[in-house]
Design a protein around this ligand. Structure first.
Ligand SMILES: *[C@@H]1O[C@H](CO)[C@@H](O)[C@H](O)[C@H]1NC(C)=O
Length: 329
């Protein structure tokens, strides 16, 4: 029996090691805060300071936004106009569904099949912003973000994104020079991450959305530990809520569904859920182990066909598999 426990522990460690290895980047995102790349408020000139014009302007003066068509809904016209009015010397590009598809077909034809195949329109809206930043450079702003001051100071960083809570980065306001390596990675890996998960929200987050970009960001930072290529991070105080912040946030998240409530609840209880998950996992492993190994040892003297006693084996019917498949459509 003592040998049995040893085998059980080793199996558990191997299984856990495998699981942890698989989600390592996600676990890292829970603790990595991006502070070492923060755009410090002290390095930003005040909203109307003359010091702004002394800064290098690396990012081209282009504002990118996306919507289905040219008819931007009434509640987003205010924020949209605030950005246009505050930047008369910037080019303004609204990427409608039609323009986005034409642009991908013309400039990144290798991506068109993936682009067309996305089940949710928001995935195309996510993807197109990485491509236009890679191609033209400029600043992408979600339609639910209005401008609170000139974006000129942010043109001084080759690439920047916004920190989000509780973890990772967001893709609702980002800036870049054309062909920055980070956005090159962001477009290059999209087809690999084009997977479907049981909940639409997770599918969108992990295939094209903020979670996808956060994972790319982690990988990119590991490959580029120092130097001017680092992606700079705009923290909440500089993003909105203060007089010196760059943006104002308006109502939005137009694509959120019912499963979002579940996810947000899970995000705020992740510690409890992790403990419960590990406990249930260990209990399950113990059940399998005791049925499979201990049961078999006890039976060995009597029967050579102890495998038929494994209860889990019988339960996997073709019906279960069919249901799983259908769930993913
Ligand atoms: C734009 O899209 C919206 C939402 O789908 C639709 O209601 C509206 O009629 C469209 N406008 C034009 C000009 O096609």
């Amino acid at each position: 029996m003592r040998r049995g426990i040893l085998v059980f522990l080793i199996t558990t460690i191997v299984v856990l090691g495998f699981a942890v290895h698989h989600v390592w980047t996600l676990l890292e995102l829970l603790v990595v805060d991006g502070k070492e790349d923060a755009i410090l408020r002290a390095e930003l000139p005040a909203p109307n300071s003359g010091a702004i014009s002394e800064r290098p302007q690396l990012i081209p003066k282009i504002i990118h936004q996306t919507y289905i068509n040219e008819s931007v809904p009434e509640h987003w016209k205010g924020p949209q106009q605030s950005c246009i009015d505050m930047h008369p010397d910037y080019e303004y590009k609204l990427w409608t569904d039609k323009k986005s598809r034409e642009f991908i077909a013309a400039e990144y034809p290798w991506f068109l099949e993936t682009f067309d195949g996305y089940p949710y329109p928001i995935q195309r809206a996510d993807a197109i912003r990485y491509f236009v930043l890679h191609h033209f450079g400029g600043i992408y702003i979600d339609l639910d973000d209005g401008c609170n001051r000139s974006l000129d100071p942010l043109l001084a960083y080759p690439a920047w994104v916004r920190k989000t809570s509780p973890t990772g980065i967001s893709n609702d306001a980002m800036g870049s020079v054309p062909r920055h390596k980070f956005f090159l990675n962001a477009i290059d890996r999209l087809p690999d991450y084009n997977r479907r998960w049981p909940l639409p929200y997770i599918t969108v987050m992990a295939s094209t959305g903020p979670l996808y970009l956060s994972v790319i960001w982690r990988h990119y930072n590991k490959a580029n530990p120092v130097g001017a290529d680092r992606v700079r991070i705009l923290f909440p105080a500089e993003y909105n809520n203060h007089s010196w912040s760059f943006f104002t946030h308006h109502l939005g998240n137009s694509w959120h569904n019912n499963d979002v409530k579940l996810i947000f609840w899970m995000a705020s209880h992740w510690m409890v859920l992790t403990v419960v998950g590990f406990t249930v996992g260990l209990a399950l492993l113990w059940c399998i182990y005791s049925t499979f190994v201990v049961g078999r040892q006890a039976n060995n003297s009597r029967s050579k066909y102890a495998y038929s006693r494994i209860p889990f084996y019988r339960r996997v019917s073709s019906k279960d598999i069919e249901l799983n498949d259908r769930h993913q459509v």
